[in-house]
Design a protein around this ligand. Structure first.
Ligand code: NAD
Length: 285
């Protein structure tokens, strides 16, 4: 079984971004800037924000982070977004999700200028993706497609089974795979007899957030597993399928798989950085 190394692939992408940003700086231009808004005090969200900020700066780009208390009114958040939308030095805006429950997330996300929507979650960008003309792609689905391409996995004509239908991962991943001519089955929590479906899939993409969702024997011989999930268990980080317990049996069964950690996760952040640079380049073309 080939291990699809997301860490190495993400590093190549980040190295290329660093080179491009160095060139931008060398010719005396303003470098790209990401603005991140975090509302509330979830420790996991704060750690994701810090990691995005750190990566952005390590690639030579600028990053401004706005930490707002959960008591901030929707109006105040909108005012901040409005300022960032109109700030010509800001190329991309990211709102760390999930927002605390009392906010209308969709309304807030749609207030971002869709041309600065770093995560590709604005209604306009969701629509453009469905039309096959994406302006900006959501980071995790974009990372999955990039991993498949870099590893020369041609999805055209293959049966891809996507497990999970969230707007963040499953649904846009299914859309992108359809555009690449895969035959896609989209499964979710109401799907019956899941393993009957996975056993006939060529490429299985799991994003349910449930450790031990499937067993190695639930895949056909030679199938490819893209395990998106990040589950925190007593034994550490695990995917929906990939774990130290299943690795050996998966090796006998599959032709390729993404590990957890070190598979899709690093690609998500690399794709966010790519989105920031791409939005800068479109604006300054
Ligand atoms: P979500 O909770 O919004 O969606 C989960 C989806 O899985 C739902 O559509 C649900 O119907 C489906 N599901 C749940 N249980 C199921 C079951 N038993 N059988 C079939 N389908 C089932 O979660 P999300 O934001 O899409 O994230 C999913 C997982 O991916 C989580 O573990 C999350 O941590 C991980 N994730 C990883 C990255 C990354 O960069 N690797 C990025 C985002 C999310």
């Amino acid at each position: 079984m080939k291990i699809i190394d997301g860490k190495a692939c993400a590093q190549q992408i980040k190295d290329q971004i660093t080179k491009e940003v160095e060139m931008i700086r060398a010719i005396g231009f303003r470098v790209p800037k990401l603005a991140i808004i975090l509302v509330g005090d979830r420790p996991d969200s704060l750690s994701y924000v810090r990691s995005k900020e750190k990566t952005c700066k390590s690639l030579g780009m600028n990053c401004d982070t706005y930490l707002l208390p959960a008591t901030t009114s929707e109006r105040e958040i909108m005012d901040l977004i409005d300022r960032l939308n109109n700030d010509r030095t800001v190329d991309a805006i990211l709102i760390q999700l999930p927002l605390p429950e009392h906010y209308d997330s969709a309304k807030i996300l749609d207030f971002i200028d869709y041309k600065k929507d770093a995560d590709g979650l604005h209604l306009m960008n969701v629509g453009l993706l469905h039309l096959g003309e994406p302006y900006v792609m959501p980071c995790t689905p974009k990372g999955i497609i990039s991993l498949l391409e870099t590893n020369n996995i041609d999805v055209a004509g293959k049966h891809a089974v996507v497990i999970g239908r969230s707007q963040l991962v499953g649904e846009p991943t299914a859309q992108l795979l359809i555009r690449q001519n895969a035959t896609v089955t989209l499964c979710h929590s109401h799907t019956k007899n899941l393993s009957d479906i996975t056993r006939i899939g060529d490429i299985i993409i799991t994003a349910a957030g449930h450790p031990n969702l499937l067993k190695p024997e639930d895949f056909k011989e030679g199938a490819i597993l893209i395990d998106v999930a990040i589950n925190r268990t007593d034994e550490g980080l695990e995917g929906d399928v990939y774990s130290p317990r299943t690795r050996e049996a998966l090796e006998q069964r599959l032709s390729a798989a993404t590990p957890v950690p070190g598979g899709v996760g690093p690609m998500t952040i690399a794709m966010l950085m790519q989105n920031v640079l791409d939005m800068y380049k479109i604006k300054n073309a």
